[in-house]
Ligand binder design. Structure first.
Ligand SMILES: Nc1ncnc2c1ncn2[C@@H]1O[C@H](COP(=O)(O)OP(=O)(O)OP(=O)(O)O)[C@@H](O)[C@H]1O
Ligand SMILES: [Mg+2]
Length: 237
């Protein structure tokens, strides 16, 4: 597998072409951003931890029948993935109230949501990733009704699989964000990453935050918390 030119440089990852038209390389950098990229810092080991964490989770999801981009780990900071035509919509599943939901609705952080909620946000930093609904996705052509239905079905399946996985490790999966894309065969595939950058994880007993909220809220020991989560799950670092 040959690494070719950089296609795109995001806030946390760089994307490279390869000699295979159906494969890309994702390089996980140490850059850590918050507030739609308004704050960016370098955190030692973050690229490596998130790359390995993501590979572990994607393989668990694949084994549970969820189609993912994961092909193989190439290096500490690099993974080979299926090249997807990304749908510019973030799918968010929440099991407990936190973050923007608390701000928007004024509910108490940690409130159990029964059942879970499913939300959509447009991936557009300049507009602050606005909250959208299913009819917007179809009306503006970001995805078809069928693609959207599949994204929702897969998001809820991910919630089932990962809520159990984290629960067994003494962690509450509070909420998470997924990005999907369309593969060359037309199927909807889970892309981007699943790591503590894009989900909320609390210790079940102490409710200690073990995710990117440590960075957003200046709580310190950000990567130490990510490593603790990885250790509890058995992710080889
Ligand atoms: N399998 C894939 N195929 C194609 N593109 C992908 C794949 N997985 C992720 N991407 C895209 O690669 C980029 C990853 O970089 P990163 O997550 O750092 O970007 P970002 O700053 O969050 O995103 P953006 O700048 O697009 O808002 C994102 O634009 C993401 O949508
Ligand atoms: Mg991203």
């Amino acid at each position: 597998m040959e690494k070719r030119e950089e296609l795109y440089r995001g806030k946390a990852k760089s994307v490279y072409k390869t000699d295979d038209a159906d494969r890309l390389i994702l390089l996980f950098r140490n850059d850590t951003s918050a507030f739609d990229g308004k704050r960016i810092e370098q955190l030692d080991r973050k690229g490596m931890v998130n790359n390995k964490f993501n590979a572990f989770i994607m393989q668990k999801l694949e084994a549970a029948g969820i189609p993912t981009q994961f092909d193989k780990l190439l290096a500490d900071n690099e993974v080979l993935v299926k090249k997807l035509d990304m749908i510019p919509v973030e799918c968010v599943v929440r099991n407990y109230a936190a973050g923007s939901l608390v701000k928007r609705l004024g509910v108490e952080e940690g409130l159990k949501l029964n059942p879970y909620t499913f939300e959509l946000f447009l991936k557009d930093d300049a507009k602050g990733d606005p909250f959208i609904n299913e009819s917007h996705v179809v009306a503006f052509g970001w995805g078809t009704a069928e693609q959207l239905a599949r994204m929702k079905e897969l998001s809820l399946k991910v919630n089932d699989v990962l809520s159990k996985l984290f629960d067994d490790a003494g962690l509450l999966l509070v909420d998470f964000k997924l990005e999907f894309g369309v593969f060359s065969d037309g199927s909807i595939v889970l892309g981007d990453e699943f790591s503590p950058d894009g989900c909320r994880l609390w210790d079940k007993d102490t409710k200690k935050k073990m995710d990117k909220d440590r960075f957003r809220q200046g709580l310190g020991d950000v990567i130490e918390a990510y490593e603790e989560v990885a250790h509890r799950l058995g992710v080889p670092l």
